[in-house]
Design a protein around this ligand. Structure first.
Ligand code: NI
Length: 202
């Protein structure tokens, strides 16, 4: 006579089934062309976040201008501040053409990066920097759209935790489509030259 599975086993089976379904769904939907050209990078997409003045910002707010987007966090000891300085300098090097490029900083640490924290931090960088935070879920969705990895790193020796995160700049086009990305060690000069080339401002 078949013995009924205990509750823990039933829960385990339900979890395995749910995870399998999620993985299958990810691969199936990820491969849908969704109106994009085949072979085009699948970076970018819908998001809903909150800027440093508390205003809701979605991908629609970036339409009509280029966007240079960087994901990081304000407590980052070195890479993020350097990256934001580089990004700001690149936009300034573009001169008037730089006005067509919206610099965007998205936090991967919404627990500490409140609207107030983002406002204070953004003030150290480009005057037009859009600093975006949101709920854990909103940030996770935005990071997923941009294929950004992040993970909290707990070090018992440290009083504050660190965040591991993808450190790339994304240049998005007028239509919100991915144009190019830059590694975090790109210089402002290199970035400005490439943006000038890609945005047709020779
Ligand atoms: Ni960082």
């Amino acid at each position: 006579m078949a013995r009924r599975l205990g509750l823990p086993a039933q829960i385990a089976i339900a979890i395995v089934a749910a995870v399998s379904a999620a993985v299958i769904a990810f691969f199936v939907f990820d491969r849908e062309p969704t109106g994009r050209q085949q072979g085009k990078a699948l970076v970018g997409g819908p998001f809903e976040l909150v800027d440093q003045s508390g205003r809701t910002v979605t991908q629609n707010d970036l339409a009509g201008s280029y966007a240079l987007i960087y994901f990081g966090y304000t407590f980052c000891p070195d890479v993020c501040p350097t990256s934001l300085q580089t990004m700001s300098a690149a936009i300034d090097l573009l001169g008037p053409a730089g006005d067509e490029v919206q610099p965007v900083f998205v936090t991967v640490d919404p627990a500490r990066d409140t609207v107030e924290q983002m406002a204070a931090y953004a003030a150290h960088f480009h005057p037009r920097l859009l600093a975006l935070t949101g709920s854990e879920a909103q940030v996770a969705d935005a990071a997923r759209a941009y294929r950004v990895y992040y993970q909290r790193v707990d070090d018992s020796a440290a009083t504050e935790y660190l965040m591991d995160h993808t450190s790339l700049y994304y240049l998005m086009g007028l239509d919100g489509e991915y144009v190019a990305h830059f590694s975090h060690d790109a210089t402002a000069e290199e970035m400005a030259a490439r943006i000038r080339e890609l945005t047709g401002d020779e």
